[in-house]
Every structure is written in C-alpha cells, then in structure tokens.
Design a protein around this ligand. Structure first.
Ligand SMILES: *Cc1c(COP(=O)(O)O)cnc(C)c1O
Length: 472
C-alpha cells in the first residue's frame, strides 16, 4: 500500500510539466506580455516547486495525469499573477461612504487636478522657471499665492504632509525651547501621529497645562517663561471632549502670546477652506478664521477636507513663512511637481467659488439625502431586475456616511444605503467577491448584509458598479 503510493508519486513527478511547458500555455502568454518574461518564469518556477512538494507529500496532486498537471499549473500561474497584481497600486470603487478614506488614498482628485498632472506637470514644466524674466523661479509659487489669498494669510508654504508641516514648524520655532500645550490637546490623530512624540522629535520641551477637559488662559499665562517659544493649539480631529469643558479662544491665546513676545501656532489637521456647516459639518474651523484671530502659523493637510493631493500646508505671517522657506530642512520636505500641479488646480476651484461642483470631496459632503435616495433607488431597481438570475436580495435602507481622515467625527451625513444579501452566500463571501472584481469594489458589512453607499461613488462609476454587482 505504502509502496504503491510512493511509486505513484514518483510517476506523477515524472509527469510534472517543466517551467518551459507551463510558459508555452495560452494563459502564460498573456501573463508574460504584462509582467515580462523574467517575472513570469519566476512565478512559473514557484508554482512547479510547490506542486512538486505537494506530490512528494502525497497531496491531491499525486496520481494526476500529465495533461491535468499542465492545466493545474497554468491555472495556478494565473492565480499567482493575479494575487501579485492585487498588491499593485490600482483604482478601486469606494462604496464605504467614508469620504476621506486614508487607506483608499484620501481625496479623489478633481478633473482639473488630474488634467494638470497628466498634461502639464508630466511634461517639462515651469516648476522653478520664471517665464517673464527667463531666470530661476520660485517652486510652488502659484499654489502658495492662491492659498495665501484664500485664507487671508501673509504667505504659505507647501510640504509633504501635515505631519511634516508640524514637525518643521516645531523644529524651526520650538527647538531648544519650551512649547506650551493644553493637556486636552495631547492627542494621537491616528497613523502614529502623536503630538508629544512630534514635539520630542523636534527637540522642543513639552510644557503641559490645564486638565484634560478644562484649560484656562491663566494656565497658559503661568506656564510662559524665559524658555517658552510657542503656544501650541492642536485641533483634536477624530476625538472630542464634551460636557464640562473650557478652553481660551484663539484670539485670547494670540493676544497673550504676542504680549509675551512668543508665537501662537495652530495645527488644524483638516483645515476647511470654505464653511461646511450648511452640510452638517460642525466643529471644523475655517483656516481663514484662525488667521483672522491672530494665529501666527497654521498647518493643515492638502488631502483631507481641502480635497487635493497629499500635502502639508503651512500658512501665516510672511516673515515666519520666509524663514521656513530658507531653512535647510525645507529641501527635504518640499513636494514634487505632480503634487503642486494637482494642488494648484484644486485651489483654482476654490478661487472661482466652484469647489462644491468641482472638488469631489466637497461635492460628496454637499450631496443631499434626496439626491442619494434617488441614486440608490435607481440602482437597487436595476439590480433587482438583474438579480433574478443570481438570487441577490436587494433593499435600500437609511444610514450615515462619515467624513473620515480624522475630521468631524460628529458630522451627521444622512444617506441611503443599498443593502445586499443572498440566500446561500454570506455577506463576507459577497464582500470578498466585490474586492476581487475589476476594479475592486470596497464595501462594508453590517448585520450580515453588504452595504453600498453611493455618496463616495462618482456618478460616472455607477454603470461599472452596477455591472459588477449584477455579476455577483
Ligand atoms: C491628520 C492630522 C495630522 C497629520 O496630517 P497628514 O497630512 O496625514 O500628515 C496632523 N495634525 C492633525 C491635527 C491632523 O488632524
């Protein structure tokens, strides 16, 4: 018995296809064309190696015919190349209803921003070239001027992200001295951005004042000494203290800082350029309001509520921004031409007053419940027609979308969800099929149903999404 199993394995091993044979199959041809001969050979070799081990271990492969082995190897090669593909950066449909979804690249860019990247910045471009004088120009000047105008700030500077911006400001203006911050603002934003750690990295000493829920102006006043360089205000982002709370106004803090010859720096995180309270977003301060209150420097992200590319924006008094621009660290933190082109184009919409139509993030926030009701009902109806062939159970239910990205955790964004279930397939199985689709559809699961929120799906992606859902 044992002997025949061993000899069966030996016979199967002899029938195992060679790497070349696998590479000559039709499936392998298509893979070679996409990933190249060297990578396809590596994949085919690992597929064959695994099959050889399985046969030696007496697995199911043992005893298969030569033809079956070749077919199996080709199928596994396709699967291996597909799973390798899944780790590549690629477009997905975000059906989660989380608008600023950090794992899905935060803000989808506006049409203008995409065009600016593809048609302007991808060619030789006037990145640091002054077309009027024919001499060297200032990198980022277009976007930085627009930003300063939109916020009423003296000047602005663009760096890699808001974490870099905070680190830069604290290093240049706080290093070697003390930075005073309320205990209620020593927060972790997520993704490892912890205010006390950033301060430590910047070589500034943390001076904590007040309590978690209440900090008074007098607390700041008492803490200011000869070594104090900055008062720091941090927007708690995805965290809220409610109830018995108190904190001085920005204007009070600015007046105090200036009377004592130090600076007030505010890390806003999200930084709204336009008022979003009409759309249910409360508690996200306007950047312009901080500047108007007398804050010397503010920092915020380019890819949160602003809806542009990843970037950190520093804005404030002209001479302070100029000091940062001339600092050697700027060279290490500055952004590339693609980012600047996308940011400048995104800001153009704010300058024209058309952000609600043109900037996807703002458009999604502003989308009304009525609009979403209509879109969800129309898609559910079409799905139900197609579902006769696949037993899907399709309903529409009320729900909530969220801002995400650490902004406005209390925002109430009413939406209409498409809830999908199946008599035999679990929600997890449906969700995993959606993730394997092309493009992948990312959805959430609740009460063993897959939920689709169209708020984060551009209308132009609806036919594609409908086709994927119909084919489940
Ligand atoms: C999000 C956030 C950051 C980090 O911003 P990135 O652009 O992700 O680097 C820093 N500070 C605050 C208050 C934030 O909300």
């Amino acid at each position: 018995m044992q002997k025949s199993a061993v000899s069966g394995a030996a016979a199967t091993l002899r029938d195992l296809p060679s790497v070349d044979e696998v590479l000559r199959t039709a499936d392998a041809g298509a893979i070679t064309e996409t990933i190249g001969a060297a990578a396809a050979t590596r994949l085919a070799r690992s597929v064959i190696d695994r099959m050889r081990n399985e046969i030696r271990d007496g697995g199911q492969t043992s005893g298969s015919s030569k033809g079956d082995l070749l077919t199996l190897a080709a199928t596994r090669l396709v699967a291996a190349s597909r799973s390798q593909n899944a780790s590549r950066l690629g477009r997905v449909i975000n059906a989660t209803g989380v608008i600023v979804h950090t794992n899905l690249g935060r803000a989808p860019l506006s049409k203008d921003a995409r065009r600016a990247i593809a048609d302007e910045a991808s060619a030789y471009c006037s990145l640091e070239y002054d077309l009027e004088t024919g001499g060297r120009g200032k990198r980022g000047i277009g976007a930085e001027r627009l930003l300063a105008e939109l916020m009423g700030a003296g000047d602005s500077l663009i760096v890699n992200n808001c974490a870099a911006a905070a680190f830069f400001v604290l290093t240049v203006f706080g290093s070697g001295g003390e930075v005073v911050i309320s205990r209620g603002e020593l927060v972790e934003i997520g993704g490892d951005f912890r205010v006390p750690d950033v301060l430590a990295q910047s070589n500034a000493t943390l001076s904590e004042v007040g309590t978690t829920n209440r900090t008074k102006l007098a607390d700041y006043e008492k803490a200011i000494g000869a070594a104090t360089r900055l008062l720091l205000r941090v927007h708690p982002s995805n965290y809220r203290i409610v109830g018995f709370t108190a904190t001085p106004s920005l204007r009070e803090l600015a007046d105090l800082a200036h009377a004592r010859g130090i600076l007030l720096y505010e890390d806003l995180g999200s930084g709204a350029l336009i008022d979003l309270t009409a759309y249910g977003i409360a508690g996200e301060p306007l950047v312009a309001a901080s500047i108007a209150a007398g804050v010397d420097i503010v920092t915020f992200s380019g890819d949160k509520l602003l809806g542009g590319p990843q970037a950190g924006i520093i804005a404030g008094k002209r001479e302070l921004i100029e000091k940062l621009r001339r600092h050697p660290l700027y060279r290490a933190l500055r952004v590339d031409k693609l980012t600047l082109a996308a940011l400048e184009a995104t800001l153009g919409a704010y300058a024209r007053g058309t952000a609600v139509d043109d900037v996807p993030i703002v458009r999604m926030i502003a989308m009304t419940k009525d609009e979403l009701d209509g879109r969800a009902a129309a898609m559910a109806e079409r799905l139900a027609v197609g579902a006769r062939g696949n037993d899907l159970i399709v309903e529409t239910i009320d729900g909530r979308s969220v801002i995400g990205g650490g902004a406005a955790p209390e925002a109430l964004l009413e939406t209409k969800l498409i809830a999908i279930s199946h008599p035999t397939l679990s929600a997890a199985a449906i969700e995993s099929r959606l993730r394997a689709a092309s493009p992948p559809v990312i959805a959430r699961i609740e009460d063993d149903r897959v939920l689709i929120d169209l708020r984060t799906v551009p209308e132009t992606d609806e036919p594609e999404l409908l086709a994927i859902l119909s084919a489940l």
